[in-house]
Design a protein around this ligand. Structure first.
Ligand SMILES: [Zn+2]
Length: 258
């Protein structure tokens, strides 16, 4: 028997009425669980095992490598997500990143808290989606071992350069005077003002509870959003279908018909 709290990242059918779910837990990282009778009309598991639900799962012993769900109690099911197609698409992108990137040695408790915070803000529509996306991408990159070097110019150690360029590949920045020529290993550069660098520093270095709350000018924001997406994508070396779908929606936030 094992009791864990976790968030459902993926569901797939198994036979006519059963379902596999993948859950991200603080205690055990990713777990694959078989939910018997999940698709029956009178299923007892209901909303507690649906996509993005955060629940307490009571699991049976492992049999042939699979754990079977005994019982489950929902903690938060983030119903508000269903109000917007782009919110569901963005939550799916977060899930796909986690399923691919969470390794046994990752800081799983903090990664789970990051995901729960993002789901909460998405569900409550309390924050701009692009803002949440950039925070998720940069903080996740840092938690899985790809923290960018945000402290000072790689060459002259200036802490507050007026103009700087961040190199996506080596994860370091250079002030205008020190920026080297591009090479095949260092060819993706984002020129940014100090405001964008300050936001990147804040996201990767502050306590998790604080990282969602900061303000930036419009131009500084756009550069932050570009950098966060390119940085995570380059370092985990994968492009996710849910991100492509989210991008087709973001200019037209379509409400779901009820
Ligand atoms: Zn410099």
């Amino acid at each position: 028997m094992l009791t864990v709290k976790g968030v459902v990242l993926m569901q797939r059918p198994c036979g006519e009425q059963d379902r596999f779910i993948d859950i991200l837990t603080a205690e055990c990282g990713m777990l694959e669980v078989l939910v018997k009778g999940a698709d029956k009309l009178n299923s007892k598991t209901g909303s507690a095992t649906q996509l993005f639900a955060y629940s307490e799962f009571c699991l049976g012993d492992r049999k042939k490598g699979v754990r079977i769900l005994n019982s489950v109690t929902p903690i938060s099911v983030f119903y508000g997500l269903r109000r917007s197609v782009s919110a569901v698409a963005l939550a799916s992108y977060f899930s796909q990143c986690l399923q691919y990137a969470v390794m046994p040695r990752s800081d799983v408790p903090e990664i789970l808290r990051l995901m729960l915070n993002c789901l909460y803000f998405l569900s409550e529509e309390k924050m701009e989606q692009a803002h949440l996306k950039a925070i998720f991408e940069l903080r996740l990159a840092s938690l899985i071992g790809f923290m960018p070097n945000v402290l000072m110019c790689k060459r002259c150690y200036t802490y507050l350069p007026e103009e700087l360029s961040f190199c996506v590949e080596n994860g370091c920045f250079y002030c205008k005077e020190c920026r080297p020529e591009s090479t095949p290993e260092m060819q993706t550069w984002i020129d940014m003002p100090i405001g964008t660098l300050s936001a990147i520093r804040f996201i990767v270095l502050s306590d998790l509870e604080r990282i969602f709350f900061f303000r930036l000018g419009e131009e500084e924001k756009v550069l932050l959003y570009q950098f966060a997406e390119m940085f995570l994508q380059y370092h985990i070396d994968r492009r996710f279908p849910a991100l492509d779908y989210y991008k087709t929606l973001t200019d037209q936030n379509i409400p779901i018909e009820c």
